[in-house]
Design a protein around this ligand. Structure first.
Ligand code: SAM
Length: 260
């Protein structure tokens, strides 16, 4: 996958040199190109922002410099998917990460100040797939951290990036049987640490019981931390035991006449 990132702080992306993503780059699975937006300015101060039309506080990133930068990065016939981080965008979810992991080429445009002049998204939206994406309901100072988050979430889904491809299958938010369930607690050796024991069932070697325990823990944790997700569970994917547990936790989950 090719990734282009345009920013006034390309040095923000040094974390992409390390760990899983760094290794994916070394192997050529990820081909990352960082670009300094100011390289496309023409004034001595390398200005990328100006005051907002309509008044108000803050500054807005100028369309001309973004237009020149994007045109130059994509060339005359290039057709990447353009991703623009913004708190007012569509939510970045595991599902979107999975969709983006199938793209051959992503271009990220990192905003600063009050964001990028909206005509830039309108202009490229007429010739490229463009998504304005939010990584959460809070406001960062710039798009760089949001892009790091997205690149890591997308990059770890590319073939060969995770040591064990199955680890993504059990993740919170993974599609399939665990969709909408958060992952439960995890443990490793030693069996007792500071007097705290690993739950006995995990030492039993009984795969069925372990799976049931993990699912119970996932349901409990999801009810406690993200009741909004439980409400979105597919009733057809709930067995009797799941329903009993949800009842116990005072959480009604759809009609009773489905699943076993
Ligand atoms: N005035 C803007 C608003 O309220 O929507 C906030 C601009 S913010 C200070 C500057 C830049 O940070 C944005 O253009 C965007 O690139 C990035 N940013 C801030 N919060 C973000 C979030 N939750 N998700 C994605 N990008 C974000």
């Amino acid at each position: 996958m090719r990734l282009d990132i345009i920013s006034i702080f390309p040095e923000y992306f040094s974390p992409l040199d390390v760990s899983l993503i760094g290794k994916a780059r070394e192997r050529g699975t990820l081909d990352v190109h960082l670009h300094q937006l100011r390289d496309w300015t023409h004034d001595v101060h390398k200005t990328v922002d100006d005051t907002p039309y309509g008044g108000g506080p803050g500054m807005v990133m100028k369309p001309e410099v973004w237009g020149e930068a994007i045109d130059s990065v994509i060339g005359p016939a290039g057709r990447p998917r353009l991703l623009v981080p913004t708190p007012s965008g569509r939510p970045f979810t595991q599902e979107l990460a999975q969709e983006l992991a199938t793209e051959p080429w992503l271009l990220f445009a990192c905003g600063r100040y009050e964001g990028i002049d909206s005509r830039v998204m309108a202009e490229y939206g007429s010739r490229l797939p463009v998504d304005e994406v939010s990584i959460g309901d809070y406001v960062l100072a710039g798009g760089e951290v949001a892009v790091l988050v997205m690149v890591e979430a997308i990059g770890r889904l590319l073939p060969g990036v995770l040591g064990n491809a199955h680890s993504a299958v059990d993740d919170s938010f993974a599609p399939g049987a665990m969709k909408n369930l958060l992952e439960g607690p995890v443990y490793t050796k030693p069996p007792v640490w500071r007097g705290r024991e690993v739950p006995e069932v995990l030492l039993s070697g009984h795969h069925g019981k372990v799976a049931r325990w993990r699912r119970d823990q996932a349901l409990r944790r999801t009810v406690a931390n993200r009741p909004d997700l439980v409400a979105g569970l597919d009733p057809a994917g709930l067995d009797k035991h799941d329903r009993r547990l949800l009842d116990e936790l005072s959480f009604r989950a759809g009609p009773e006449d489905v699943a076993n």
